[in-house]
Design a protein around this ligand. Structure first.
Ligand SMILES: [Zn+2]
Length: 135
């Protein structure tokens, strides 16, 4: 297994009424010429956690931070006008918390971040670092 020191959270930057799953993101990322979905986990609007890229493989989600990180993405994150909005469903909030707790058990030294900690983007549309600082 590669060294994991960061867990980085993303949103799909899609409006809340749009159905997005790991397969669709896989298609999008292949269209960009990548080998497939750049995230390791994807959380659908209904809270279902889907597997993306295998954990032992480096992801493609955060510039200069892919080598030693795990990338998580939830469906949503913008409103109908594509402006950043924390519109996570209660099911997504619960799934995200469970997944982060599990990952912190496996990789206790890993710190949790939002994409925006490393980018000028607003992704994932909420303050992940603050929300999960006690995990
Ligand atoms: Zn992102």
């Amino acid at each position: 297994m590669r060294t994991i020191d960061e867990i980085i959270i993303h949103c799909s930057a899609t409006p809340p009424n749009m159905y997005v799953d790991a397969k669709l993101v896989d298609d999008w990322h292949k269209q960009r010429g990548w080998s497939g979905i750049g995230y390791h986990f994807f959380i659908k609007r209904d809270g279902q956690i889907e597997l993306g890229r295998p954990l032992e493989k480096q992801g493609a989600h955060t510039k200069n931070h892919n080598k030693n990180s795990i990338g998580l993405c939830y469906a949503g994150g913008v409103d109908k006008d594509m402006s950043p909005e924390d519109n996570r469903t209660s099911a997504q909030i619960a799934s995200l918390l469970s997944l982060l707790r599990l990952l912190k058990n496996i990789f206790p030294k890993a710190t949790i971040h939002g994409h925006r900690d490393f980018s000028t983007k607003s992704c994932p549309s909420f303050d992940a670092t603050n929300e999960y600082c006690t995990l």
